[in-house]
Design a protein around this ligand. Sequence first.
Ligand code: ATP
Length: 303
Amino acid sequence: MIQLYIPLGFLGVIYREIKQSLTDLEKMFTLMEREREIADQPGAQPLRIEATPAVRFENVSFAYDPARPILHNVSFEIPPGKTVAVVGSSGAGKSTLARLLYRFYDVQQGRITIAGQDIKQVTQASVRQAIGIVPQDTVLFNDTVEYNIAYGKPGATHAEVEEAARAARIHGFIASTPLGYNTMVGERGLKLSGGEKQRVAIARTLLKNPPVVIFDEATSALDSANERAIQGELRTAAQNKTTLVIAHRLSTVVDAHEILVMDAGRIVERGSHAALLAANGRYADMWAMQQQASDRILDEIGV
Ligand code: ATP
C-alpha cells in the first residue's frame, strides 16, 4: 500500500507539472496568435528615443473585423511628459487606443508616432520596450512576487525590486506574508486582490522606467480609499513620462493635460477638466452623474 502511495503522490506532482506546462503553453499560443497579426517590415529599425518623446495619433481609423469599424479618424497628441486621459461610454474604443499604441495591432489608416517615428515602421520589440503598461487586469505569472515585479527589468537586484514595491506601496503587504518576496502568486499561489495586482503592475512599470506609460484603469470598483491611494501611485509612475490614461472614473483625469471624450469610436469633446465643465456638454453631464453617484454612496454609508 505504502509503495502504491508514493508513486501516486509522485504522479500527482507530475500531473500538476504537466497541467501547469499546458497552461503556460496555452498562454504562449494565445500570445503567438496575437503576434501573428502584425509583423515587422523587412529591415525595420528600432525606435530611437533620445528624450521624453511626444506620442501622436494622426487620423487613425481601425477595425478588428473589416465589417465593423471601431475607430474613426482619431487624432490627438500627448506632448513629452504630459498625460492625456480618455473617457467615454463602454465600448467607445478607449482600450483599443491603448492596444494600438502598444502595437498589438497595426492601424489600417492614419499613423501613430512616438518621437516622430511611425510605430508601424520600427520594430515591435522596440515599441514595447519604450512603453510600460498597467492593464485593467494584470496577469501574474505562477511564480514569486519577486519574479513578478523583476519582470519589468530583467536582471534587477532585490534592492531595486524592493524600492519599486515601496514606491507602489505593496512592500508592506509583501513583507507581511511569511515568505515575503518569495511568496508564490498567481493561479497556484497567493491570490491577490485587483488593487494588489495593479500595484504589482505599477511596481513592474516603475522598475522598467519606460519613457511612455499606459494606464488602463480597472473597471471593477476598488473601494474609494484604495482607489485614491492607487491614483497617488499612478501619479508617481507617470511623473515625467508621456502618459495615456484610459479612465473609467473621472476623478482620475482632473489633472490631465487634455481629456478626450469618446463615443462610438470618435472623439466628441476634448479639453482640460475646467474647459470641459465650462462647455457644459457630455463631459459636464458625466461629471455631474459621477458626483451624484458618489454623494449617494457617501449618504448611504452615513459620511
Ligand atoms: P470599456 O469601457 O467597456 O472597457 P472601451 O471603450 O475600452 O470599453 P474597447 O475595449 O476599445 O472599448 O472596445 C471597442 C469595441 O471593439 C467594442 O465594441 C468591442 O466589442 C470591440 N472589440 C474589442 N476587442 C475586440 C477584439 N479583440 N475583436 C473584435 N472586437 C473587439
